[in-house]
Design a protein around this ligand. Structure first.
Ligand code: ADE
Length: 237
């Protein structure tokens, strides 16, 4: 639900575009303005109590939500996410959880926000994509669609890739290299050329740990608190 459905066109490119073509996911950007109830198609108004800025009115949002729910036509209340800096911060765990839903409705706000009463009646989840303020909810909605889609089976063609990349075990991903073997006098780490699978895995895990400790000490602390080591001093995953 958005005032700028064109913004979602870019999701038709690349990996999500392929998933849409293959009918694995579908994205329907619905214009809230189509549910305006006055002849000027106006969807915003001044706030009671004064102050700068306009607010999105309750009724167009409500009618839009109702029309989508009826079109989907299930008895269940469809999980409805309002993208807002006041929400729970999106992370990999939340994305995986949302990917289990058959349907999601995403509500994108503009101006100074949306009339609280329609949020109370339609929204089930308040989600933020980070502690900074954007001009509207469209980019956050696209971020959410992208990360949630990665967990929908068949979206990524390598079944593993959703699980092996950064964050799946709470750590950042190890560095990776491709051809040529030497570039700008920098050689690919020798161990990766050894063909010794076990040693490569060990090296990658150590690199993950080191990189996380250096770049995201918060994640590293969390990892060490939630994992234990075996008798040989290796972390148990
Ligand atoms: N709308 C504006 N800023 C936002 C943010 N950081 N996350 C989600 N929705 C937003």
């Amino acid at each position: 639900m958005t005032l700028f459905p064109e913004m979602f066109e870019s999701l038709k490119l690349s990996i999500l575009g392929r998933a849409i073509k293959n009918n694995i996911i579908s994205i329907d950007a619905v214009n809230i303005r189509d549910y305006a109830f006055n002849k000027h198609n106006k969807v915003d108004d001044y706030t009671y109590g004064g102050g700068a800025g306009m607010l999105m009115q309750a009724e167009p949002v409500y009618q839009c939500h109702k029309a989508i729910s009826e079109k989907i036509g299930t008895d269940k209340k469809i999980r409805t996410v309002y993208l807002t800096p006041q929400g729970q911060v999106l992370n990999q765990t939340l994305a995986m959880e949302l990917a289990k839903e058959d349907e999601l409705i995403l509500l994108c706000g503009h101006y100074e926000g949306i009339d609280e009463r329609v949020l109370e009646e339609t929204v089930t989840d308040y989600i933020s994509i980070g502690d900074y303020v954007l001009t509207g909810g469209e980019l956050p909605a696209m971020v959410l669609i992208d990360t949630v889609s990665r967990f929908v089976e068949g979206v990524l063609n390598n079944d593993e890739s959703a699980m092996t990349e950064s964050f799946s075990n709470g750590l950042l991903e190890y560095p990776q290299y491709s051809r040529p073997e030497v570039w700008h006098d920098k050689a690919v780490p020798e161990i990766l050329m050894s063909g010794h699978h076990e040693n490569v895995e060990k090296w990658r895990f150590e690199q993950s740990l080191e990189r996380t400790k250096e770049r995201r000490p918060d994640l590293y602390d969390e990892f060490t608190k939630t994992h234990t080591k075996d008798k040989k001093g290796r972390w148990i995953l």
